[in-house]
Design a protein around this ligand. Structure first.
Ligand code: NI
Length: 221
């Protein structure tokens, strides 16, 4: 299941973040340094030095923001959010077809996210393309919007042909490893919340809540 946080950041927050990232003397490095051995051959971008104090400040604020988002909490059931990176692609840069590593220094990658930080009219190309059995979906979301998608998919970033594409990416380790189980829990949770809104805490709500809690106990880790 993929879902969008629309928006995660306001226009003002995106502006602030963009200004901090694009200021002079910001340490950008070749993105291939943090790619797995097979992805390195197709990764063409630059990333904010993850060891810099600027990265640590911005990444920690953004992680908190993501983890506090109610839709992310309900749909992703996060244990932790890890390996957040700020990435930019200029003309001719992109990221060829690859699958993300299952395990990284910060944890398991169950879900990947991309937060778009450039306005769609500031660049051409640069679409995030997810490959799934139903076909391909090229995505260019407005600045401040984030896409969360299963890390199990092959995906790519098409080459930028004009301007610059600035994003933040990262991974989520979920309490529930399997995507189908996570989706079922999300639907059950959504249903019981809707019921609560309409009818309050009645007997059906209690039964649904019990099923939700017990499935989470059964499948969660
Ligand atoms: Ni990737």
């Amino acid at each position: 299941m993929q879902f969008r946080l629309e928006p995660l950041l306001s226009a003002g927050q995106v502006d602030e973040l963009r200004q901090a990232l694009l200021a002079e003397d910001v340490p950008w490095r070749d993105g291939a340094e943090t790619a797995g051995w097979h992805a390195r051959a197709v990764k063409r971008n630059r990333q904010l030095d993850p060891g810099s104090s600027l990265h640590q400040t911005l990444a920690s604020a953004l992680s908190d923001r993501l983890l506090q988002h109610p839709l992310l909490q309900a749909a992703a059931l996060p244990v932790r959010l890890h390996n957040l990176r700020f990435s930019r692609c200029g003309v001719g840069e992109g990221y060829g077809r690859h699958v993300d590593n299952a395990f990284m220094a910060g944890g398991r990658s169950d879900l990947s996210f991309t937060l778009f930080l450039s306005e769609a009219d500031q660049y051409d190309g640069g679409a995030l393309v997810l490959e799934d059995p139903g076909g391909e979906s090229p995505l260019r979301l407005p600045a401040g919007h984030a896409l969360v998608y299963p890390s199990s998919l092959l995906h790519r970033v098409e080459p930028v042909t004009r301007g610059e594409r600035l994003v933040a990416v990262g991974w989520i380790q979920s309490r529930v490893r399997r995507s189908d189980r996570r989706e079922l829990l999300f639907e059950l949770d959504t249903a019981r919340r809707a019921l609560f809104q309409e009818q309050g805490k009645d007997e059906i709500f209690d039964l649904l809540s019990r099923s939700y809690a017990n499935l989470l106990r059964m499948w969660g880790e």
